[in-house]
Design a protein around this ligand. Structure first.
Ligand code: HCA
Ligand code: CU
Length: 378
C-alpha cells in the first residue's frame, strides 16, 4: 500500500486538551521527535491568538529541519499575516458553515458572510506565497450542498488542500466513507481529514478514510486534543505498519515520544492504552502464559519489540486482598455494618471510584456498591 501522509497536531490541537500549554522548548523538542518519527507535516500552533504565540511559533520554525510546518488561522486577514510572519510553509485556515456554528459562534452571521471572509483569507494567504489548507469545521454535521459551495469557493480562491473535520466525533464507518468518497470523486483535490474521538471511533474512521482515498490524516501523540482528543499518532502508525502501508515510521521512538508528551503535558495514559499502556504486553492467565512461551503469536498481534516494548509473563493471580486499586482514598466514610473499611474517593464530577477493603462476603459487595451510589445521591 502506498504511504499515507500524516499531519501531526500535538502542538496545536494537543494544546487544546484541558490544562495543556507547551513552552517553546517543549515545542521544539517534540517537533524534532515528530520529524524523526516520520511525520510529514507538523501543525505548530495558532500565531494569531497572541504575540506570545506568534513568537513561539516563529522560534519553532527557525529550529525545524525535515517536516513541513503548518500554522492554524481563522478566516481573518490579521491572523493570516501573523502566520506569514512565523515563516511557516503552510497555513491551515478554518471556518464553519453549519447552522449550529453560524448561530452560536458568529453571532448570527450568515453563510455568505463567512464564505466571503474565507475567500478573502485564502486569497491573502496565496498572495503571501503560503500553501493553504482549508478546513470545513464540523463537516460531519454540514449539509452536502453547503459543503459543495464552500469547497468550490476555497478551490477557486487557490486552496491547495481541503480538510474535513469531524469536530464532535460523530462519524461512523458509513458516514465517513460517504463524505470522503463523494469529495474525492467530485473534486480530486488533496483531501485531509481531522477526526475527533468522542465516541472512540477516530482510529477506525481514519482507516476508513484511508481506504476511501484520503491523502492526509491528522493525529496527535496520545490522541490529546479538545475533549476526548483526536486520532492517536502512535496507534495509527502502528496499525498502518501492521497493515502493510509503506510509511517508514521510526516505531523505536514510541517510548520517547510518549514520555516526552506525557512529561510536557502531565497527561498520564492508562495502563491498558493500546501500544503504550503499562499492561498491554503482559500475559496473565496461566494458559495464555503457557501458549505464549511456546509461540508468542498465539496471543500477540505483533512482537512487542516492533514498538520498543518487552513482553511480560506473569501467571500468578493476586488474591482478593492483594488486588488493591492504586489510589489514595480522599474520604473515609463507613456507612454499612461489616464494611467499615469501605473507602471511596471522587475523581472529578460524576466519576467516583469505590474501594472495598474488606467485604462482608462476595455477594455483599454488590449491595455495598449500590448503597455507595445511593449515599452519594443524597
Ligand atoms: C478547533 C477546531 C478544529 C479545527 C480543525 C482544522 C476542529 O479549532 O479547535 O482547522 O483543521 O476539530 O474542527 O480543531
Ligand atoms: Cu480539532
Amino acid at each position: 500500500n502506498k504511504p499515507i501522509k500524516i499531519l501531526d497536531s500535538t502542538l496545536r490541537e494537543g494544546e487544546q486538551q484541558s490544562g495543556v500549554r507547551f513552552s517553546v522548548e517543549d515545542k521544539i523538542y517534540i517537533m524534532k521527535l515528530l520529524e524523526e518519527f516520520g511525520v510529514d507535516i507538523i501543525e505548530v500552533g495558532h500565531p494569531g491568538i497572541s504575540l506570545e504565540d506568534e513568537n513561539i511559533c516563529r522560534e519553532v520554525v527557525l529550529n525545524s529541519s525535515k517536516a513541513e510546518l503548518l500554522m492554524h488561522s481563522r478566516a481573518n486577514l490579521e491572523e493570516v499575516r501573523a502566520v506569514k510572519r512565523t515563516g511557516a510553509h503552510w497555513i491551515g485556515i478554518w471556518a464553519s458553515f453549519n447552522n449550529i456554528s453560524l448561530e452560536n459562534k458568529f453571532g448570527g452571521n450568515d453563510i455568505s458572510y463567512v464564505s466571503m471572509k474565507t475567500k478573502q483569507a485564502i486569497e491573502e494567504a496565496k498572495k503571501l506565497n503560503l500553501k493553504v489548507r482549508f478546513t470545513i469545521e464540523d463537516a460531519s454535521r454540514t449539509p452536502y450542498p453547503t459543503i459543495d459551495n464552500i469547497v468550490k469557493i476555497a478551490l477557486d480562491a487557490g486552496a491547495d488542500c481541503i480538510s474535513i473535520a469531524d469536530t464532535v466525533g460523530i462519524f461512523n464507518t458509513e458516514t465517513c466513507k460517504k463524505l470522503v468518497t463523494y469529495l474525492k470523486n467530485r473534486y480530486g483535490c488533496i483531501l485531509e481529514i481531522h477526526l475527533h474521538n468522542d465516541l472512540g471511533l477516530s482510529l477506525s474512521n481514519a482507516l476508513t478514510a484511508i481506504n476511501c482515498g484520503v491523502d492526509i490524516v491528522d493525529t496527535t501523540v496520545l490522541g490529546i486534543g479538545e475533549r476526548a482528543g483526536i486520532v492517536d499518532l502512535i496507534q495509527l502508525a502502528t496499525a498502518l505498519t501492521k497493515f502493510g502501508y509503506s510509511n517508514n515510521f521510526n516505531l523505536a521512538l514510541v517510548g520517547k515520544l510518549t514520555n516526552s508528551v506525557s512529561l510536557a503535558t502531565g497527561y498520564k495514559p492508562d495502563d491498558t492504552r493500546p501500544i503504550i499502556g503499562k499492561n498491554v504486553f503482559t500475559h496473565t492467565s496461566a494458559y495464555h502464559v503457557k501458549a505464549v512461551q511456546s509461540n508468542p503469536a498465539t496471543y500477540e498481534p505483533f512482537d512487542p519489540k516492533l514498538v520498543g516494548r518487552e513482553r511480560v509473563l506473569k501467571d500468578k493471580r493476586p488474591t482478593i486482598s492483594e488486588a488493591k486499586l492504586p489510589f489514595k482514598p480522599s474520604i473515609k466514610k463507613p456507612f454499612i455494618k461489616g464494611a467499615s473499611e469501605l473507602k471511596y474517593h471522587t475523581d472529578g464530577p460524576g466519576i467516583r471510584w469505590v474501594h472495598l477493603d474488606s467485604r462482608v462476603d462476595n455477594k455483599a459487595s454488590f449491595y455495598v456498591i449500590q448503597r455507595f451510589f445511593d449515599d452519594i445521591k443524597n
